[in-house]
Design a binder for this molecule. Structure first.
Ligand SMILES: [Zn+2]
Ligand SMILES: [Zn+2]
Length: 102
């Protein structure tokens, strides 16, 4: 997790919006439980975003894009340049195409 102020005010302290604080019998703070993710910047009050999540999300998106990228292939049967997703048949004549991984 890496919290960051949405206004980029430079504040380094944040407060969870939905948290339950646990105290012992004398009222001393023991710990907390987050009920929902959600933080505000203590410096300016703007919502804070968890930038620690972003890289993994973007990486998995990129993987999905790569898997479904169409490639231009010259069909050996009808000799037409067609754009197919790897594993698909020629949309022109229906011949099965071998798409070389790029
Ligand atoms: Zn702030
Ligand atoms: Zn073809």
């Amino acid at each position: 997790m890496w919290l960051n102020c949405a206004r980029r005010c430079g504040g380094a302290l944040f407060r969870p919006l939905f948290a339950e604080v646990e105290v012992d019998a004398s009222g001393q703070y023991q710990g907390y439980q987050l009920l929902q993710p959600g933080y505000i910047c203590l410096n300016c009050g703007a919502p804070a975003m968890d930038l620690g999540d972003v890289p993994t999300t973007m990486a998995s998106d990129a993987d999905e894009d790569l898997a479904a990228t169409a490639a231009d292939v010259l069909c050996p049967v009808c000799e037409t340049l067609v754009s197919v997703i790897p594993g698909d048949d020629c949309p022109n004549c229906g011949a099965s195409l071998e798409v070389a991984p790029s």
